[in-house]
Design a protein around this ligand. Structure first.
Ligand code: NI
Length: 174
């Protein structure tokens, strides 16, 4: 497995729509494994392929608490096929929007259909943090960041700080 560099905003690659995979083959499985390793090391609870510069509809998640056994989820071509009427707000963050957090309102539960690592179609009913996380990651596949759910004012404040942080970080050891 390999750790991949994570792209941070603002970056045009994070705004692109990713393409579906034709099938979950050895190459996609390797990408899933590398993305999981990258996510665990970051550390984070979700990662989408465009965040590592691959414009494919692949996401990985693990919302298990630190003291619990790992519960990785690997999904290709994930699709939300049902959402609840009731909403929930979570204080979201993102590995591509480092050090910024904001409350985002999304459907409280959802059903996601996807291809698992064996290319089998599966459906998962998600609620709570998992529902938020899966919706957040699928947003990435459509070029949407959690800050896009905020008011323009709040989004622009965060974007300006990210630009500033990137300039300060330029030339510094990674
Ligand atoms: Ni994210």
């Amino acid at each position: 497995m390999a750790q991949l560099p994570i792209i941070t905003a603002p970056d045009p690659r994070l705004l692109k729509k990713s393409a579906p995979v034709a099938a979950v083959d050895a190459e996609v499985r390797q990408l899933m494994a590398d993305m999981l390793e990258t996510m665990y090391r970051a550390p984070g609870i979700g990662l989408a392929a465009p965040q590592v510069g691959v414009l494919s509809r692949v996401i990985v998640l693990d919302i298990a608490p630190e003291d619990a056994p790992p519960a990785p989820l690997k999904m290709a071509n994930p699709e939300i096929v049902w959402v609840s009427d009731d909403d929930a707000a979570y204080n979201e963050g993102c590995l591509s929007v480092p050090e910024h957090y904001a409350d985002v309102v999304r459907p409280a539960s959802c059903v996601v259909r996807y291809l698992d690592e064996n290319n089998a179609v599966r459906e998962l009913t998600a609620e709570g943090l998992l529902a938020t996380c899966v919706q957040h990651e699928i947003d990435h596949l459509d070029g949407v960041l959690f800050i896009d759910h905020l008011t323009a004012l709040k989004r622009n404040i965060i974007l300006r700080k990210l630009v500033k942080a990137k300039k300060l970080g330029a030339g510094a050891p990674a």
